[in-house]
Design a protein around this ligand. Structure first.
Ligand code: CMP
Length: 365
C-alpha cells in the first residue's frame, strides 16, 4: 500500500513523517526496493540501510525547512519526475540509481543559513570550497566521503565504471541545486527545447534533463496542493527569519525577506512564484507536458491565493507599476541569490539525531 502511495504525485511526506518520524528512511528504502536496485547493483541491503540512517541523521531536525523531511519531499518528487516514461526510458541503470541518491543526500547537514551568509561571514566551509556552491559541495562531498567507509559503502560490489558514472551524475545533480546558477540552467534547458532538441543518446543531454528535474523537485513547494504548499511556505519563511534574527542580533543588515518584523509573506511568495518557480516550471512543462499538468494548475491556484491575501492586506488590488514590478523581481531573485552582509556565525554542523522512535516498519512492507 505504501509503495503505491509513494508513486502518487500528491503523496504528503509530512504525514508519513508524523506517522514514522523517519520519512526519508522509508521513502528511500521503498524506492530502492521498487526498482530492484539491490539486486541490479548487488547492494547489500544492511549496508544501504546503515548508510540511509546516517544520511537521515545528518539532517538537522532543528531546521524548520532544510531538514530530512525536505529531503524526503525532494526524493519523492524527483522519483515522480524520473519515472515518467519519457525520462525513465532513456536513462541508463546507473543514472536511475543516481537520480534517487542525489535527492536523498542533496541538503545533508544543511546549517539553516544560505551560501551568501556563509560567504559574507567567511565561514570555514567557504575556505574549503573557494566560495563556489559551498553548501552543495559540502552536502555532496560529505556523503560521498563517508560512503567510502566499508560499513556504508553501498557501491561495494559495483565495477569501477559503474561507480564513476553514478558519482558523476550524483555530483552534477546536487551541484545543480545551487540557486546561483538557476537562470543558467533554465537557459540551457530552453535552448535544448527550442534549438536542435534533446538527443538522449548523449550523456550531456541526459545530464541537463536530470539537473533540471532535481531543480524542479527542490523548489516544488509552490506546485503542491494549497494546504501543503502553505505549510512549506511557513517553514521556509521561519528559516529565513531565523537567519534574519541572527543578523539582527549581530547588528548587521538583515537580508531580504529575512526580517520577521517587516517581511510581507504574500508578496514574497508572489515574487518567488513569478520570478523563480513559474519560469522554471514553464520550461519543465514544455518537456513534461501532461505529466505535470496538475502541478501547473496548483501553482496557478497558489499564486491566486497569495494575490488575494496580498490584496486584502493592502485594502485594494495592487496595480504593479514598472518600478514596483522591477523591485519585486529583484527581491524575489534576492531571496535565492543575494549575498547578505554579516559577520561570523557558528556553522559547525552537529549530527542532529532524529530520535523519534515511533515504529512504522509496516509502512515499508
Ligand atoms: P535552497 O533549498 O538552498 O534552494 C532553493 C531555494 O529556493 C531555497 O533554498 C530557498 O532559498 C528558496 N525557496 C524555496 N521555496 C521558497 C518559497 N516558498 N519562498 C521563498 N523562497 C523559497
Amino acid at each position: 500500500m505504501y509503495e503505491q502511495n509513494v508513486n502518487n504525485i500528491n503523496f504528503d511526506v509530512e504525514q508519513l513523517e508524523t506517522a514514522s518520524g523517519q520519512s526519508l528512511y522509508y521513502i528511500a528504502w521503498s524506492i530502492f526496493r521498487q526498482h530492484g536496485f539491490f539486486e541490479q547493483f548487488n547492494i547489500p541491503e544492511p549496508i544501504f540501510l546503515r548508510w540511509l540512517k546516517k544520511v537521515q541523521h545528518g539532517y538537522r531536525g532543528t531546521n524548520p525547512y532544510h531538514n530530512a523531511v525536505h529531503a524526503s519531499d525532494v526524493t519523492h518528487s524527483m522519483h515522480f519526475f524520473v519515472t515518467r516514461a519519457r525520462i525513465w526510458s532513456v536513462l541508463t541503470p546507473e543514472e536511475k540509481l543516481a537520480s534517487i541518491i542525489a535527492p536523498i543526500i542533496h541538503d545533508y547537514m544543511h546549517p539553516g543559513v544560505n551560501n551568501a551568509f556563509l560567504i559574507t561571514t567567511r565561514d570555514a566551509l567557504t575556505m574549503r570550497y573557494n566560495d563556489l556552491s559551498v553548501l552543495e559541495n559540502f552536502h555532496c562531498a560529505s556523503v560521498l566521503e563517508f560512503t567510502q567507509e566499508e560499513q556504508y559503502n553501498l557501491f561495494v560490489n559495483m565495477t569501477v565504471d559503474q561507480r564513476k558514472l553514478v558519482r558523476e551524475m550524483v555530483i552534477s545533480m546536487v551541484l545543480a541545486t545551487d540557486m546561483a546558477a538557476h537562470f543558467e540552467w533554465i537557459g540551457k534547458f530552453k535552448n535544448k527545447m527550442s534549438g536542435s532538441g534533446f538527443n538522449f543518446e548523449n550523456k550531456a543531454d541526459r545530464k541537463i534533463m536530470l539537473n533540471m528535474a532535481i531543480k524542479c523537485a527542490d523548489v516544488n513547494n509552490p506546485t503542491k496542493p494549497l494546504e501543503q504548499s502553505k505549510r512549506w511556505t511557513e517553514l521556509i519563511m521561519e528559516e529565513f527569519f531565523r537567519q534574519g534574527d541572527i543578523e539582527r542580533s549581530r547588528g548587521i543588515p538583515i537580508s531580504m525577506f529575512m526580517n520577521r518584523e517587516t517581511t510581507d509573506i504574500p508578496k514574497c511568495q508572489i515574487g518567488f512564484i513569478d520570478f523563480i518557480a513559474q519560469p522554471l516550471f514553464d520550461a519543465w512543462y514544455s518537456f513534461m507536458q501532461e505529466d505535470i499538468q496538475i502541478l501547473m494548475d496548483n501553482i496557478k491556484g497558489n499564486k491566486n491565493y497569495w494575490k488575494n491575501k496580498s490584496e486584502k492586506v493592502s485594502f485594494g488590488p495592487i496595480k504593479p507599476t514598472p518600478s514596483s514590478t522591477e523591485s519585486l523581481s529583484n527581491t524575489a531573485k534576492a531571496s535565492a541569490l543575494a549575498i547578505p552582509p554579516g559577520s561570523n556565525i557558528q556553522t559547525s554542523v552537529s549530527t542532529q539525531q532524529i530520535t523519534n522512535t515511533k515504529s512504522s516498519d509496516s509502512l515499508a512492507r
